[in-house]
Design a protein around this ligand. Sequence first.
Ligand code: ZN
Length: 306
Amino acid sequence: MKTLVGAVEAGGTKFVCAVGTPGGELLREARVETQSPVQTMREVVSFFRAYSRDLVALGVGSFGPVDLRISSATYGFITSTPKAAWRNFDIAGALREAFHLPVGFDTDVNAAVLAETIWGAGQGLQNVLYVTVGTGIGGGAMIEGRLLHGLMHPEMGHIRVPHDRARDPFPGVCPYHGDCLEGLASGPSLEARWGASPEAIPPDHPAWTLEAEYLGIACMNWICAFSPEKIILGGGVMQRHLLPALRDRTRSALNGYINLPEVTEKIESYIVPPGLGERAGVLGALALGSRAAGLSCGKALESTSL
Ligand code: ZN
């Protein structure tokens, strides 16, 4: 019998399922379209069924908000998501019932920051943020070596950044707050404001100046609030050409107040893309599952074969 762990990166448009070793080697992966919970979970369970003899645990990194309070009656549930069919759905419980195995559970972005600290850009660090800028904006936080939950879990995308309505009259797309950061700088907000998807907006378009400004000020806020040793920025909107301007805006927003090399001359290695690329989420789910089974994830990712 092998020791395998199942991983589920549960997203709003797709679920990425994988089986792998606790050391981070992914052996098989599948994508399942996010439909109703019943349909989606049927496909997810059927993917893992083939490995049930060797599986020792499962891990889930989920879109949210989710309930992470162990003592809560709704621990492991997706809670107040705008996706109505998934509201109050017991995603961790559905897998626990199907396989009778320990299930590690956290947000998708907490999963990603966990993987990045084990195998990716945050190795050896105790205080790291992972922020995804895509369909939404969300951040996971590793603080003093532990994933931050607190009252619920951080919602770093829903902070406020200064919004000059004379320069940018766009009202924002967040259904809860209008022009919070997610409302102003997520992929759907770029699309609604400029009439083109982020991938179709050329690098010299003024959209990116504004995007760098909003995200740079957000980074300043996150640096002041969390004191991270590194900020990892992923997601579909975070194209490479955006990073230099974003770092400049972060530095100018801080305005010399935090006078450390990380946020001045070494900022290129302080605000960085994910070391694991698009695999951060699913590898994070694998790490959550390994931890739920009490298994060590090891120090370095030896190889990733599919
Ligand atoms: Zn919001």
